[in-house]
Design a protein around this ligand. Structure first.
Ligand SMILES: Cc1cc2nc3c(=O)[nH]c(=O)nc-3n(C[C@H](O)[C@H](O)[C@H](O)COP(=O)(O)O)c2cc1C
Ligand SMILES: CC(C)CC(=O)C(=O)O
Length: 401
C-alpha cells in the first residue's frame, strides 16, 4: 500500500510512545488536552520536547517573509526545517511558485481619490462573511512549530476574524481546536482506505462546528524533499490528535470524483476540492458537488513540474465563470501576490509556510502578525490599483509584461 508521503499517519508503538511525550508538553503549555496526551511516555522524543518548550507568544514585526523564515530557521531542528521548507523533486514547482508572480505586472490606476483607510478587504465565502481574504491553509502537525500547536494558530487567525483550515493530520484534536476560538474553521480531510474512519472524521468535524470540509486530492505520492531524505527523515514525530494512540490510518490514493459525492452524502457541509490545477478538473469538481475549489500545487510538495497556481488561475476562472468561489494557494509571500491572485479570479488566498514561521516565532500573536503583514501590503497594493474594495479588482489591473 503506498500512502501519501512518508507520514505513516499514526503508527508503531515506538512512535506513539515518542509522540505522547510531545502531546503532554503541548497540553501543558496550551492548557488543552490532545487525545495522545493521556498517554504518559516512558521514552520521550527529547529533540521534539526541546522545540516544544521554546514556544512563546509575541507580536512580530514582519518586514517580509524571507526575513521571517531566516529567523524561524534558527529555531527549527535541521530535519524539521528541511521537511517544512522544501519541495519535491528538482523543486522546479517550489521555485516556480515564486518566479511566476513576475508573469504579471500591475497597471496602476492613478489619481483615483481612494482613501486608504476605507479600503474594504471583506469577502463572502461559502456563506461566511470574512473581514479579509487571508486563509490559514491546512497544514499538518503544527506541534512542530509551537507547543500550543493548532490551538495557537486558530487563536491567532481568529483575532482578525480570519478563516483557519485545520488538517486531519493536526497535532491537537479537532474538538480541542474547534473550542479554542470562535473564528471560522474548515476541516481538511485525507480519505482513509477504511471508509468507516473517513465517515467518523466527517461526523466529528460536523459535530465540532467546522463550516466546510476540504478534500485534498493532490497528496497521492512521495512528497518528501531530497534534503529531508538526506537528513534521514529526522523531524520529530508528533502524534496526530484526531486518532487514538495505536490507531493506524492509511491514506486512500485511488481517489476519484465519486469520493466528492461520497462526502456530500456523508455530510451536509460544503466541500472544497483542494489541489486543482486544470480547468477540466475544476469543472468536474463542481459537477461532483464541490462548493468551492482550491487552486494549489501543495506548495511544491506534490508533483514537481506542476505549474504555479497563478499561471493556471485565469483559465480556471474562465471555465468556472463564478459558479463557485476559487481559493488560491502556493507561494503567496507578499500583498502584491495576493492582489494579482484576486485580480485574476481568486476570491481568497490560502497561506502556508509564512503562517507557520509566524507560529514558530510568536505563537498565536505571531500568526496574527503574519496576517497583519498581508493585510497591510494588500491594502497598499489595492490603493495603487485605484479601487476601494478587493471585490472591484479585475483583469484590468494586471497584464502580461
Ligand atoms: C509542511 C507542510 C505540511 C502540509 N500539510 C498539509 C496538510 O496536512 N493538508 C493539506 O491539504 N495541505 C497541506 N500542505 C499544503 C498546504 O495546504 C498548501 O497547499 C501549501 O503550503 C501552500 O504553499 P505555501 O506554503 O507556499 O503558502 C502542507 C504544506 C507543507 C509545507
Ligand atoms: C500528513 C501529510 C500528508 C501532510 C501534508 O499534506 C504534507 O506534509 O504536505
Amino acid at each position: 500500500m503506498s500512502n501519501a508521503y512518508d507520514t505513516e499517519l499514526s503508527s508503531s508503538r515506538r512512535d506513539m510512545l515518542k509522540l505522547a511525550g510531545v502531546g503532554v508538553a503541548a497540553a501543558a503549555l496550551a492548557s488543552t488536552a490532545t487525545n495522545a496526551a493521556a498517554q504518559v511516555p516512558e521514552e520521550a522524543d527529547t529533540e521534539a520536547l526541546s522545540i516544544m518548550r521554546k514556544g512563546i507568544d509575541r507580536t512580530l514585526d514582519v518586514i517580509n517573509i524571507d526575513l521571517l523564515e531566516e529567523a524561524a530557521q534558527k529555531i527549527y531542528p535541521e530535519g524539521a526545517y528541511a521537511f517544512i521548507r522544501n519541495g519535491s523533486g528538482k523543486q522546479w514547482t517550489l521555485n516556480e511558485n515564486q518566479r511566476a508572480w513576475g508573469d504579471y505586472v500591475f497597471t496602476p490606476n492613478r489619481m483615483s481619490g481612494v482613501v486608504r483607510d476605507n479600503i474594504d478587504l471583506s469577502v463572502e465565502l461559502l456563506g461566511l462573511q470574512l473581514p479579509h481574504p487571508f486563509i490559514v491553509t491546512p497544514f499538518g502537525s503544527h506541534g512542530l512549530h509551537h507547543p500550543a500547536a493548532e490551538i495557537a494558530t486558530v487563536t491567532g487567525a481568529g483575532r482578525s476574524g480570519g478563516l483557519a483550515c485545520v488538517s486531519s493530520a493536526s497535532t491537537a484534536s479537532m474538538e480541542d481546536i474547534a473550542t479554542a476560538s470562535d473564528g471560522a474553521k474548515f476541516f481538511q480531510i485525507y480519505l482513509d482506505v477504511d471508509p468507516g474512519i473517513t465517515r467518523e472524521l466527517l461526523q466529528r468535524a460536523k459535530d465540532s462546528g467546522f463550516h466546510a470540509i476540504i478534500l485534498t486530492v493532490d497528496a497521492i505520492g512521495q512528497g518528501s524533499s531530497d534534503e529531508y531524505v538526506r537528513l534521514g527523515r529526522s523531524r520529530p514525530w508528533l502524534p496526530y490528535g484526531n486518532f487514538a494512540p495505536g490507531q493506524s490510518t492509511r491514506f486512500k490514493t485511488d481517489l476519484s470524483w465519486s469520493d466528492v459525492e461520497m462526502i456530500r452524502e456523508a455530510t451536509d457541509l460544503p466541500v472544497v476540492v483542494k489541489g486543482i490545477t486544470r480547468p477540466e478538473d475544476a469543472r468536474a469538481a463542481v459537477e461532483a458537488g464541490a462548493g468551492a475549489v482550491q487552486v494549489s500545487n501543495h506548495g511544491g510538495r506534490a508533483l514537481d513540474g506542476t505549474p504555479a497556481s497563478i499561471t493556471v488561475l485565469p483559465a480556471i476562472a474562465d471555465t468556472l465563470q463564478g459558479d463557485v468561489p476559487i481559493i488560491l494557494d502556493s507561494g503567496i509571500r507578499r500583498g502584491t501576490d495576493v492582489v494579482k491572485a484576486l485580480a485574476l479570479g481568486a476570491d481568497a488566498v490560502a497561506i502556508g509556510r509564512p503562517v507557520m514561521y509566524g507560529l514558530c516565532l510568536g505563537g498565536a500573536s505571531g500568526v496574527d502578525s503574519v496576517i497583519s503583514y498581508f493585510h497591510r501590503e494588500t491594502v497598499d497594493t489595492t490603493l495603487h490599483c485605484g479601487v476601494d474594495a478587493i471585490s472591484k479588482l479585475g483583469s484590468s489591473h494586471v497584464r502580461k509584461p
